[in-house]
Write a new protein. Sequence first.
Length: 244
Amino acid sequence: MQSIVITGAASGVGKTTLAAHLLSNLPGWGAVKLTVTKEEGICQIIAAPQVIKQEGKDTALFTAKGAVKVVWLKASSSLVGEAVAEALPLLQGLPGVVWEGNSLLQHLRPQLVIFVTDGRSEMKPSGRSALAQADLLVFNSRERNFNPLEQSSTPFFFLDLENRDSIKWLAFCQEVQRKMGGAKELQLEERIKAEILKSLDENGKLSCEKAHAIADELGVDRKIVGDVLNQMKVKLNKCQLGCF
């Protein structure tokens, strides 16, 4: 079972959003959210659908983005390892899992560690430790002319996670694929191309409605589908102006 751990500088920098975006391109994968509590003696493994799917929870977002199994760990810092050990049997049989949480790195050996920062939030201690182990850095920012971690030699990407730039997102997915050893699930561009080819009409064109459906089914921005259409030199018909 492959694993990706999403870590970050602090709360609110975009870890959950990035994890959700990745899950939309990893069919069949599961997800684990870690919440470290200040209260001692806590070790809860939550997998009940009525809790996981509660509106507004990060775990509900993971489910909505296609995770086939979602587990929420709530644990005191001293019991994170025990929580991870209890969660692993629930994830058996999955091709991979996206984990979210800095403290997970003390108890897992993932194939890939991604560190997220917005370049503004103050780095918490667990963030510094996670940064030292990161394979990829994501700067969740519209600005692309600065590197808040100038001393780092780790490959980095500027991604506005709320408004994904199509070219940047494809480049990031390709780098994740490379780091994961070419995992087929992450070949986003090839999946889009395959769906386009299946949906062409008798004149070799794609309707705007079907282009929308491809974007929605794969969980990607419509601009990404538009870029792939341009690469393939496929024309749209019945187009809704400005969507692609």
